[in-house]
Structures are given as C-alpha cells and as structure tokens.
Design a protein around this ligand. Sequence first.
Ligand SMILES: [Zn+2]
Ligand SMILES: [Zn+2]
Length: 359
Amino acid sequence: MSRTHGGFGFQLTAPNKPLHLCELPILNPSPDDVVVQVAGCGVCHTDVAFAYDGVPTRHALPLVLGHEISGRVIAAGENAAGWLGRSVIVPAVIPCGSCPACRAGRVTICRQQFMPGNDGDGGFATHVLVPFRGLCPVPESLPSGVTLEMLSVVADAVTTPYEAIRRANLGAEDVTVIVGAGGVGGFGVQIAAALGAAVAVIDIDRERLDLAARHGASLALDASTTDLTGLKAAIRTFVKESGRKSIGLKIFEMSGTPAGQATAFGLLDHGAYLGVVGFTPKSVELRLSNLMAFDATARGNWGCPPDQYPDALQMVLTGKIALAPFVELHSLAEAPAVLDAVAKHAVPRRAILQPGRVI
Ligand SMILES: [Zn+2]
Ligand SMILES: [Zn+2]
C-alpha cells in the first residue's frame, strides 16, 4: 500500500486563529478510499464561516479545511483500484449511498455524507484522503485555457449553482435574476445563459458586473446605486422586453450575504421561484408571508449530487462555462492570507490554492 511522505496542509486549530501549517500523517487508504494529490483547492465562504464566523466543523478541530478539490489519485484502496493514476474532481458532498436519504434519491442530505474539510481533513493540503464514491473523472487532455487545478472549482462553485438551476427547471423560456456575481454567481450566470434563459445579474461591484455582462448576463444592475424599488422596476422592464414568460421569475441568491438575501427575497413576485445558493451564518429579517401572498416557492440545495458532476464538467469542457476569467491561482503556502482576504471580500474571483505553485 502506498504511503504519502512529506505532505503538508493548513489546519484550522481554533476559530479566529490563522490557519496553521502542519505535516500530514501518512495516508493509507482503506478499501473504499483513495489518496488524491491535490492539483488545486478552491476557497469557499463556507471555509470562512468555519474559520471566522463560529460555524463548527462536524469533525473536531484541528482540521485541514477545503472542499473544492481536483487532483490525481496516487493511492487507492482495493475497491478503488481502477481510479489509480486518474485525474479527478472530488465532490464537495460525498453521500454514503445506502442510508434512507440516499435510497430515497436525496443524496445531498445523507447524514453519513463525507465533506472534505468538514467531516475530515480537506484540500488545503498537498494530499487528501477521500472515499472513491462519486469521484468525477477528468479527461487527460483538456481544452486550451483549462487546467486540472482550475477544475477544482467545479466541486462547489460550479456544481452548486448548477444543481440549483437544474432543480428550478430553468430553460430558454425563462427570465432569471442572479443576485451576486462573485465566485459562485459568475458561474451561475453562465449556466443560466447556456440554458437559453434571459439573465439579469445584481451585484455591488462594478468589475464583477462587467465580467458577468461579458459572460451571459443581458442586464447588470448595481445594487450599490439602485434601491430595491429601482431594481424591481428595471427587472419588470427586462422581463417585458425579453420576449420570455412574463410570470414565474426565477431568482437565485448567490451572494451569501444578508444584503443579497434581502434583495433576492424582495424581488419575489407572483409565481416566482427563489433558489437559495449562497451561504451566510447571519440572519435577515423577511416578511415570509410574501411566499404565500405571491404563491411563490423558495428552495435551497446543499451541494450537488455527484452523478450531476459529469454534466456540469461537460459545460466547462465545451466552453459553455469559462473558468479562467473567474478564478485566481495562489500558492498553497499563501493559504492563511488568501482565506483572510476572502473573508474580507477582498478577492474578486474564486481563489484556488495550488500546492504545485511557487510564490
Ligand atoms: Zn463551498
Ligand atoms: Zn447516505
């Protein structure tokens, strides 16, 4: 059985402490596990919530964070031997496959799920030990401009909005509003546009809005200069001029901020649908009865079932989702500073930690 020597990672030892450089233990895969040599690991606001907002990880600290992982399988348990040497994306949520939730097809709410960086050591590391169930194979030959480390963001920032949009049955007859054009929303905009929907995007950052407008959004609204009444009026006009369905607006909250959530909820109209994609541990005050008054629907999703990953990956490989303009690569050694910058909303793109990258 293979051993992993000289691996290192960045642990959270206690909330509100900088991530701590640690040596990894020797990783010996059990029959259903693999060791992945990390090519890249995206930094998510859920990591920030663990590190700074007091959200407890399910596994006790210290714990290596990071759940948005791509890499190569360098050791495999006996049931996973076929994966040895392959490039993979590790799903952010790995269901057990056999519990009542999994058997009922609700795999993302599996209570025995494994989420790297939450249920065990994650991907802010040179190597990670994960179950082989649900691994998404990545072809060896990638289109130009796409690299294995960049594909790490498929494991959450792409697949979570993908699943939210899939559940909403978004199609070419729909108008959608994406609230938040950051690390998740930038991909949400592209997925919605690829499905043919008319896409409006709302953010408070001009640069993000411009980028979204170049990648599928037909209307970009700046919530730092337009109040809710103004946003509603602009969207009503957009719906009218879009030539799409005039009822049943599909709104997706992808900012993971209380302000974004209040805006998304405030846009609800008759028959509207609200997909809650972004995460914040903070509360917002809402008039929940608007759901009733508007005969509206609100729905959330915890990640994405692994069986949807290949389709989401395909959208990247066929150029329907551009990664390069929406990500930035950093050396793994910079993990503490990068997480800090993400917490301060000082990183406009999705940050990826890359063990193979020298500062
Ligand atoms: Zn995440
Ligand atoms: Zn299960």
